[in-house]
Design a protein around this ligand. Structure first.
Ligand code: ASP
Length: 354
């Protein structure tokens, strides 16, 4: 009898331990169908961003710019503009600032050029526009939107995309416009390290060591929004990664990798080591977990960033929004420039992990 009781107790204990392990994490849903809200979130890139590596002045400059951009996008939503408008307004502002690796502040390729990528997606219609390999377009996000709204295509690259920009009367600039000392110095530093043959062990699936260097991957920008009509939108814009090979295209202009929006699930914009985001289809994967497994957005984002991306050896992060205005922020890098409007309608700007 005693043996039966102990076996029973042991069995109960094992079941309860197994249960604890598979129990879903705490779900904190603030918004629902009864109380959807306008929502707006931006990021300015993820990477090795630590308190120690940032001067007080620089931190102040980033925070001020992020807040200015956040408020401009949110104001657009409050005045009745669409989520697509808010996303474009915010991303253009970050593209015009040298602080971010997009537009003006784009990083340099291995042969000392700037090659810009961007995309945007409409969560209501699933229409999308993407551009890559640009050298003269001042605001790639606006060209991505033009591809979406004024062409029968989703993606245009290089000279053809720039020809289309001209036809659409978008602003083109001389390549010199994108030259900044800081980005140039970053390229020189990497080239020097390459010369010295600094061997860096690589995670599986990669053959280059360019992405291992801390200062060559942050600053991509993105925005996601939910407007008064309940429509989601997402956009991302980048110069890519310092020392990328000429012609390399990252995740930012790949719909489903760096950018995705669908009113039925979520809006996501990512930043980080693009090759991994493409291989995992990060943005679409997060939305799929919500769609097929009914996961709350933060849990879906954490599963993809902290499990899948982490296990594959990649790094970076995402901002996400569901159709009720719940926000998810998830990154496995040291930091991520990010800002959002909280539940009380107040701006929150953050940079570091904690
Ligand atoms: N994801 C971008 C790329 O790989 C880089 C970044 O987010 O900083 O092109």
């Amino acid at each position: 009898m005693r043996a039966i009781i102990s076996t029973f107790l042991l069995f109960t204990l094992l079941v309860s331990i197994a249960g604890q392990k598979t129990a879903p994490p705490e779900i904190k849903q603030l918004q629902g169908p009864q109380n959807p809200r306008l929502a707006f979130v931006i990021h300015g890139g993820a990477g090795v961003i630590t308190r120690g590596s940032m001067s007080a002045e620089k931190e102040k400059a980033y925070k001020a710019k992020l807040e200015e951009v956040l408020l401009a996008g949110y104001k657009a939503l409050q005045s009745g503009k669409s989520s697509l408008d808010a996303v474009e307004i915010a991303i253009r502002m970050m593209e015009d600032s040298p602080l971010f690796n997009a537009g003006k502040g784009a990083v340099f390729t291995a042969d000392g050029k700037n090659e810009l990528d961007s995309s945007i997606m409409n969560g209501k219609t699933l229409a999308a526009g993407a551009v890559a390999g640009l050298h003269h377009v001042k605001n790639p996000i606006t060209l991505a939107r033009a591809v979406m709204e004024k062409s029968p295509h989703v993606m245009m690259v290089g000279d053809g995309a720039e020809k289309f920009a001209k036809e659409q009367n978008l602003e083109l600039v001389d390549e010199k416009y994108f030259w900044t000392q800081e980005r140039w110095d970053a390229l020189q530093k990497i080239l020097q390290q390459e010369k010295e043959k600094t061997a860096i062990p690589q995670p599986k699936g990669t053959s280059e060591n360019f992405a291992e260097l801390p200062y060559n991957k942050f600053g991509t920008v993105g925005a996601i929004a939910l407007d008064k009509d309940g429509n989601l939108a997402a956009g991302t814009s980048t110069g890519g990664m310092t020392n990328k090979k000429y012609g390399r295209v990252g995740d930012a202009p790949i719909i489903g990798a760096g950018t995705y929006a669908n009113n039925d699930s979520c809006a996501v914009s990512g930043t980080g080591w693009g090759e991994f985001f493409i291989r995992l289809g990060v943005a679409r994967d997060i939305c799929s977990l919500m769609e097929y497994r009914a996961m709350p957005i933060q849990n879906a984002a954490d599963m993809v960033i902290h499990k899948k991306l982490q296990n594959l050896g990649g790094d970076g992060g995402i901002i996400g929004l569901d159709k009720f205005g719940n926000i998810a922020i998830s990154f496995n890098s040291e930091g991520m420039y990010r800002a959002y409007i909280n539940g009380e309608g107040k701006p929150v700007v953050e940079i570091y992990k904690d």
